[in-house]
Design a protein. Sequence first.
Length: 69
Amino acid sequence: MPGSGSSIWGWVGILAFHTVKRLHRRIGAAMATTQMTMMLARLVARTTLGLPTSASAPPTSWHRARSRA
């Protein structure tokens, strides 16, 4: 770390280093977010959803008891 007698260029170098470090971290986070979004999009594209038919799930005894009341 530059002492009290150092020039402004020492401080500029330190500031540039930390700025690049933060920028690199943010770019990495953005790339990871993009990769996760693409993986989710591929998963959704491969998935087919359909509504189940009403005959596939017969009413339970709770429904029968509730309808009599």
